[in-house]
Write a new protein. Structure first.
Lengths: 164, 164
DNA sequence: CCAAATAAGTCAATATGGCTGACATAAATT
DNA sequence: AATTTATGTCAGCCATATTGACTTATTTGG
């Protein structure tokens, strides 16, 4: 891989690293490349990361309510509105009134939307596959457990009303 | 932890997940919470993520050139200029002319800048510590190897001129 | 020595994706 | 009937990224 952490000419060299500086940087670079894959594909459709998130979670939770999507993404309805409208206008997502509660506009991907969502999943899965391949089968479950444990209330984050 | 992936009422339930959909979502949520820690601290100083990155890498590579920072962050100098100027104006970073090449403005953190940078590292390290604690000592190195393997040329990404 | 390349900075305009505040409408609930 | 909920929308602001053009120093190469 690239030596992303290298300094330029005059560098004294990285100061002695306390804590997990190395992992912090690896997380930064790996996330950048991870989302970069999707960014490139999305750009061909005139979409950005915001569209990606909406499309992804609607694909994963067919029939979900707008409110649920807002809670999941933790953005405002104004922010969601812009990208959701585009996805609906361009035929990637449909909104159908709730049968029981007709105020709701339940969200579902169209075949076109589902196809793009699945392409994005496949693209990012390839990178994950590649990375998992550098681990022994016994080590692979550790990645999932690490990521799960990275989620949730740090001291700063409020306990966060459960979503489900 | 929170059940972030849950859909709302009407959901049929997640469609059968091909690839690593679950890991894709875990990466999304874990990164969000990971950077969220820093965001909260930075907000108290009137800084954002862009400032964080600059401060961090200058702290890690004292005396680095502006060009090196641009290559590392992969942003334009216009984007860098704005946040760098703020960090310099507010006494977090100093620029000193290169002794050999006086066109250069070598970047170094001030004591104040270094302190903030180290606080951010400590904050994020705590979350990482917590997450690593859910793994056996034998499993922990797997995380680093996974992250390293996640970096670099996916099919889309150009080979990227080495930096060091 | 002079021309060209390099390091850095700046101005102006544009795009994306967040945000707040204020309202509007329809439908459900009390 | 009054209130609450689900959704949408208008208007404006902020942070961060972009491109393109241009300036100023300074170094380097012919």
């Amino acid at each position: 891989m690239r030596d992303e952490t290298a300094a330029g000419a005059g560098a004294t060299g990285p100061a002695d690293a306390p804590g997990h500086v190395d992992l912090i940087e690896l997380i930064f670079f790996s996330y950048r490349d991870f989302v970069g894959d999707a960014d490139q594909l999305l750009a061909r459709f005139g979409f950005g990361r915001a569209h990606h998130r909406v499309l992804h979670f609607v694909e994963r939770n067919p029939g979900m309510r707008v409110t649920d999507l807002l809670d999941l993404l933790r953005i405002t309805k104004q922010s969601l509105g812009r990208v959701l409208k585009q996805l609906v206008d361009e035929g990637y997502i449909v909104q159908t009134p709730g049968e029981v509660d007709r105020r709701q506009r339940l969200l579902t991907t169209t075949p076109r939307g589902s196809r793009l969502a699945r392409e994005l999943i496949a693209l990012q899965s390839r990178r994950i596959d590649h990375a998992l391949a550098s681990l022994s089968p016994a080590e692979q479950p550790a990645v999932r457990r690490f990521l799960e444990a990275m989620i949730g209330g740090g001291e700063g984050a409020p306990p966060a009303d459960d979503i489900a």
